[in-house]
Design a protein around this ligand. Sequence first.
Ligand code: GLY
Length: 434
Amino acid sequence: MKVMVVGSGGREHALVWKLYQSEKAGKIYAAPGNDGLAELAELVDIDMTDISGLANFARKQKIDLTIVGPEEPLVAGIVNEFQARNLKIFGPTREAAMLEGSKIFAKQLLNRYNIPTADFEVFTDPSEAISYLKDTDYPRVIKAEGLARGQGTKIVTSQQEAIKTVNRIMEDRIFGDAGERIVVENFLTGQEISIMALTDGETLLPLAASRDHKPVFDGDEGPNTGGMGAYSPVPYLSEAEEEEIYRQIMYPTLKALRAEDINYQGVLYAGLILTSSGPKVLEFNARFGDPESQAVLPRLQDDLLAVIEEIVAGRLTRKKLSWSKESAVSVVLAAGGYPLTYDEGDEISGLDKVNRYDNLLVFHAGTRKTGEKFITSGGRVLNLTILAEGFFSAVNQVYQHIEEIYFRDMHYRSDIGRSALEELNPENYNRYNQ
Ligand code: GLY
């Protein structure tokens, strides 16, 4: 089979790496991909937002299946365009991807179908938002409605901070049109969790649960990023809790979409919080998580390409996937300054060392090759994923290997996985501390 992966980050490297292992995979293309994955896939110089360019390429090269990584092309309708041209593609249509493309659409859908989420208000007028925020308690959560590369959510702890945030989103338009409307939500407390499932619109095929950390600094401090590291499994999530999430949130959401005449095919990803009154939805994504995929896909024992092919062909029959018992911990190495402005073009050293270990995977996100050397070319530069027996051991090993990599002003969170250990009850502690 000829397969094309759309996107260029660490998630796409992990996808290509996993697809490459499939007996069904013939040639793999990545559009535009990145130099770090070029050993596994041919890079295609077409931007992920050039939907007709991608469809023309797929037609010309007789691509059998296209798999979309990022949200932008999904929300812009890449699946609609491919399907209209009889090209096979995995991902939700523009209408279905609204679940991620519009936080207001998602919240209203949840409310209509009684799916647990925080109470919220919607504002299109900044002065109305500000007068509401002058008469409320804190903390609150303010979200730009549209796509903002994972950075459109801010927890505000005072009236002054809330007003500043509204002005930056709605008046200064820091997220452009994505901030024309905002959602103001109640702040929920609890552990966060990422639940992803593959779906043909009828059945959900759960992926292993994972946990991402979005704030840039240890202890979940600082501004939000696209995600600074992830792990799977999640030691503090019990099987009963996971079942409850599927019963209360995942299946009801799929059913709600169907009731709205939306056929959702692709990855349904719920960002959740486990509150004292049960799991609640923070947000939905219409795609594989990044960096969750870099921790989840290495644990998947089934042939991902075969599963996706079944979904796209409308003949998904399997009920579950098989997972390695090993723990995966993935840490993002970021460029100095990220998620604000950051430098590019710094030489990365140590890749030859870390590439030698069988249980360490290096997924490139923002790198470029010049001659024989890799240099930085993005905010999130590399993901180091370890697969190891025992969660504790995985956490320790990944941080040992990070010390072998260097680029100027490199930074990373030093607590990925470590905070999970604090949450363990004795039963889970034994399960994960093998
Ligand atoms: N890790 C969060 C996301 O993929 O949006």
